[in-house]
Design a protein around this ligand. Structure first.
Ligand code: BGC
Length: 751
């Protein structure tokens, strides 16, 4: 009897288990996938999905751009599995919007696949950091990564999963407004920053809820826009593409970036959102990238405007077959894509491949296991004390001291009367900089407030705005001159508004706006010592300032802690250490101007007209790449290259002694450049190959050491392969791209 009862019980268990198994297999919720590997889970899901759902995964809509009716429509699509991602949920209430949409997607849609929510977290979330161009001037990768992890913690606590950052486009043209979002002009520096930012955003484990999925953009060569006009044509050779524009993307992919964004631009005739060569041959076949590519806003439909696609269907087909997986806001194209798959014009395999890549990242990001975000989390995370401290640290280190005659800076805190003048002196909004989506001007500490706090109570601080950033009125000049005359010293806070750089904000002039130039001249004419604090989103041509103003601090657009960072530097609580990562031109006519140019057959020579130069201005920059002053001085000695003759494949060690010869502790960015003298393809006159940021106490000396591998000396040969060729090399180690001690070494072929 007992045995019979047991057998019956066993049978019942087996039936229950089988039923559970069958229902998990055929059921709609992805929970039944728990024990499988990610790749098996993907295949299992794919087998069940209809073509509408698959194309749904490839679809991304912007949430913010619509009315309530539009939002209703989007909710319905989420419930039908016809959308895979949203961007631009509303900062501040994103968690609520997200959780509601996520519930619809996971509980009502046929396959219950969670949505992924993207946002442009470019240089911080509520804790806005300096613009990326400024951050690159820190030459501090750990701090750059920390800034990204702070941004990730804040944005993820508010409900986002994915940032459209870092932008790793090389920018050699300061007219281009998006130079502000870049890490500057150098492929090596931008590459190490790309990797650091990816590490910062994504952390060690993408499934950790405090991380964001990173997106390397804009793939590729978007920064090569002709004449610096945004969205313009990019005429880039395969070699320049591979040597200059692609390395930061490759570095970001190697660091584990989960997504890339294809750009708006064309590369030599092929728009990037339909460019199979870069999206598939290079990205997938050569680099083995297994994440997904999202196209930039409407760039798939714009394949028609480029004259590259006939209609929406053609555009969708070209984008999908080239390697775009998710389409940002090109709804009509995706509808057509569905039709093309159904009529057999586009193979379902292409669609499956795209969906596979998207699901892979959704699994890796932990969205299936944790689709919701705790609505109470953000309060303790956003604008926390630690985050603000990091923002201040980053802002201080991003600023570059361009000039400091007779050690005018730092200032004494007991100065009797100080005049603070200029449209950026008591300004919050513009200090945020471009693309500060979740930033609020109320969070910004102004220069005026920070200086007031720094000064001793008995010191007087007089303030006058003087003029606006761009309007023509000179009405405020008299007041400004009056307070300058009453003071011992003047601080002039001038520059660009946040709107003067960024997307769609290219400039044909790189000067200070006319009204501000006049203001500076008026104040200078008072004869008072003047310090200019320059705010901008790009290098500016400020020759007059350089010639006439004794001290200039470049503050960029420094974010919420900008005022405090400026005050820390002006009063010597922080010794500036930032170094330029873009060349400053004397005038816009020199643009593009960058340090790692080629020699030409007729390099420039004084008084020799038939050389590569101008007849009306010097060919040299106003401030070179790598340049920046400190309140102390550093001496470079004992450059040693060991060995100075190596067999191809062997590493070289370079050492140098750097000593702080001044009276203050300071940090120095020790930079190493090389030149390959003769090669089968012409090489730049200098190339950055390494740097170290060191701290030195007064009189302290440190030995700095670099290892150069053969691989670091490689370039793209005539067959488009990266090779290192034997031959003679020059090497410089110094404080910028112009000065430094020089050595040489030779590479000989293996026997
Ligand atoms: C920009 C991208 C950005 C996207 C989404 C586009 O206009 O080019 O950089 O990520 O919008 O906001």
């Amino acid at each position: 009897m007992k045995i019979r009862t047991l057998s019956i019980l066993l049978l019942i268990c087996v039936i229950i288990l089988c039923a559970a198994y069958v229902s998990a297999g055929a059921g709609q919720r992805p929970q039944g996938l728990k024990k499988l590997s990610i790749e098996d889970k993907i295949e299992k899901l794919l087998r069940k999905m209809t073509i509408e759902e698959k194309i749904g995964q490839m679809t991304q809509y912007s949430w913010r751009s619509g009315s309530e009716d539009y939002h209703k429509h989007l909710r319905r699509l989420a419930g039908e599995g016809k959308v895979g991602s949203f961007l631009n949920l509303t900062p501040g209430i994103c968690v609520k919007e997200r959780n509601e949409l996520q519930k619809i997607a996971t509980e009502q849609s046929p396959s219950g696949i969670p949505l992924i929510f993207g946002f442009d977290v470019i240089h911080g979330y509520r804790t806005v950091f300096p613009i990326p161009l400024a951050q690159s001037c820190m030459w501090d990768l750990d701090l750059a990564a920390k800034a990204a992890s702070v941004a990730a913690a804040e944005a993820s606590s508010d409900g986002y999963d994915w940032t459209f950052a870092p932008m790793v486009d090389i920018a050699r043209d300061p007219r281009w407004g998006r130079i502000a979002e870049s890490f500057g002009e150098d492929p090596y520096l931008a590459s190490v920053f790309a990797a650091a930012k990816v590490r910062g955003f994504q952390g060690r484990n993408l499934a950790d809820p405090r991380t964001l999925v990173a997106c390397l953009k804009h793939y590729a060569a978007y920064g090569a826009a002709e004449a610096g006009k945004d969205y313009n044509t990019c005429e880039v050779s395969e070699r320049t593409l591979r040597e200059v524009y692609l390395p930061p993307f490759k570095a970001g992919v190697d660091a584990g970036a989960a997504t890339l964004m294809s750009g708006f631009n064309e590369i030599s005739g092929i728009p990037t959102s339909g460019n199979r060569h870069i999206l598939t041959d290079i990205l997938r076949d050569e680099w083995k990238f297994d994440g997904f590519v999202v196209s930039d806003y409407n760039s798939v439909a714009q394949l028609i405007t480029h004259g590259f696609a006939e209609d929406y269907g053609d555009a969708a087909q070209k984008a999908a077959t080239a390697g775009v997986d998710m389409v940002m806001e090109s709804e009509k194209c995706l509808k057509e894509l569905q039709r093309l798959v159904k009529t057999g014009k586009v193979s379902e395999k292409v669609i499956d491949q795209a969906v596979r890549r998207i699901l892979r990242i959704k699994f890796r990001a932990g969205l299936f296991d944790h689709p919701y975000v705790d609505p109470n989390l953000s309060e303790s995370v956003i604008l926390s004390k630690e985050h603000l401290q990091t923002a201040r640290e980053v802002a201080k280190k991003s600023m570059v001291l361009l000039k400091n005659d007779s050690s005018l800076l730092p200032l004494r805190k007991d100065i009797k009367t100080l005049a603070l003048i200029g449209p950026l002196a008591d300004n919050q909004k513009d200090l945020l900089g471009t693309w500060a989506g979740a930033g609020r001007s109320g969070d910004v500490v102004t220069v005026r407030k920070a200086i007031r706090e720094k000064l001793l109570p008995q010191s007087r601080l007089l303030y006058a705005k003087g003029c606006g950033i761009q309007d023509d009125s000179t009405e405020g000049f008299n007041e400004a001159v009056k307070i300058a005359n009453q003071s011992d010293m003047v601080i002039l806070a001038v520059g660009e508004s946040e709107k003067m750089s960024g997307e769609g904000h290219s400039r044909a002039y790189l000067d200070l706006p006319e009204v501000q130039k006049k203001l500076v001249k008026k104040i200078h004419a008072t004869g008072k010592p003047v310090i200019v604090v320059l705010f901008s989103g790009r290098p500016l041509s400020i020759s007059w300032l350089k010639e006439n103003i004794p001290a200039i601090l470049l503050a960029w657009h420094p974010g919420v802690q900008g005022g405090n960072a400026v005050a820390d530097i002006l009063f010597g609580d922080y010794n500036p250490s930032g170094k330029l990562t873009t060349t400053f031109p004397r005038t816009v006519g020199q643009v593009p101007i960058y340090y790692n140019h080629k020699n030409t057959g007729r390099p420039p020579r004084e008084k020799d007209r038939y050389t590569s130069r101008y007849i009306d201005i010097s060919w040299t920059p106003l401030f070179p790449f790598g340049y920046g002053l400190s309140y102390t001085t550093f001496e470079y000695k004992n450059l040693k290259v060991n060995p100075n003759k190596i067999v191809l494949g062997q590493p070289i060690t370079v050492t140098i002694d750097v000593q702080n010869t001044g009276e203050r502790a300071g940090e120095e960015v020790v930079q190493l450049y090389i030149r390959d003298l003769v090669a089968s393809v012409t090489r730049p006159v200098k190339e950055l190959k390494g740097f170290r940021k060191i701290s030195l106490k007064p009189k302290q000396k440190k030995k700095v050491s670099f290892t150069i591998t053969s691989e670091q000396l490689s370039f793209c040969n005539q067959e488009m392969k990266f090779v290192t060729e034997p031959g003679d090399f020059k090497i410089w180690v110094g404080p910028d791209s112009v000065r430094g001690l020089q050595g040489d070494f030779k590479i000989v072929p293996p026997k």
